[in-house]
Ligand binder design. Structure first.
Ligand SMILES: CC(C)(COP(=O)(O)OP(=O)(O)OC[C@H]1O[C@@H](n2cnc3c(N)ncnc32)[C@H](O)[C@@H]1OP(=O)(O)O)[C@@H](O)C(=O)NCCC(=O)NCCS
Length: 145
């Protein structure tokens, strides 16, 4: 059985480190924004094991600075737990929560390997491929709700 629930920032660090910051210091997984008001973190579970994390933070989409928006960051599922719906469950739970706040725009910088995942969930790709030095090529993506 898979499940999703809200977690404190401390429960994001291990999975961020394994999936998104491999080879970098653990401190690279502690983000200044993690404890700011409005930020929430979701964890995904397969049975009794936490296998996923995702962080949603209030942050305007750079091209629409006056529109209230949330940014999705740090979406990660452990390799051995992928393809079981944990990523989808976290994405849908976070999207619903943002929507319930009356916010109509979500955005993220997506690794190219995750672009199809977001496209299948109604996100759109915006702009050109760009490079993040610590994390490789990305597309900016948005989800209007
Ligand atoms: C992107 C990512 C978060 C998706 O997580 P996930 O838990 O594997 O996502 P899901 O299982 O919900 O969906 C992935 C695939 O599994 C399929 N799936 C979902 N539920 C399923 C189930 N119950 N049984 C079998 N397959 C299932 C989905 O259809 C999807 O298939 P597809 O890729 O062929 O379309 C994960 O691959 C990941 O951590 N990637 C590396 C880090 C990364 O790129 N993060 C995003 C940064 S922007």
């Amino acid at each position: 059985m898979i499940a999703v629930k809200e977690i404190p920032p401390e429960l994001t660090y291990d999975i961020r480190h394994i999936v998104l910051r491999q080879g970098l210091p653990r401190e690279s997984c502690y983000w200044d924004t993690d404890k700011l008001p409005g930020v929430f973190h979701l964890g995904g579970w397969v049975e009794s094991r936490q296998t996923g994390v995702a962080t949603f933070q209030p942050e305007p989409y750079p091209e629409e600075p006056d529109t209230p928006a949330y940014r999705l960051r740090g979406m990660a599922v452990l390799p051995e737990a992928r393809g079981r719906g944990v990523g989808t469950l976290m994405l849908l739970a976070g999207t619903d929560r943002v929507k319930q706040m009356g916010i109509g725009l979500l955005w993220c910088d997506a690794r190219i390997g995750a672009v199809d995942f977001y496209l299948r969930h109604g996100w759109e790709r915006h702009g050109e491929l760009f490079e993040i030095p610590t994390a490789g090529p990305h597309y900016r993506m948005i989800r209007a709700m």
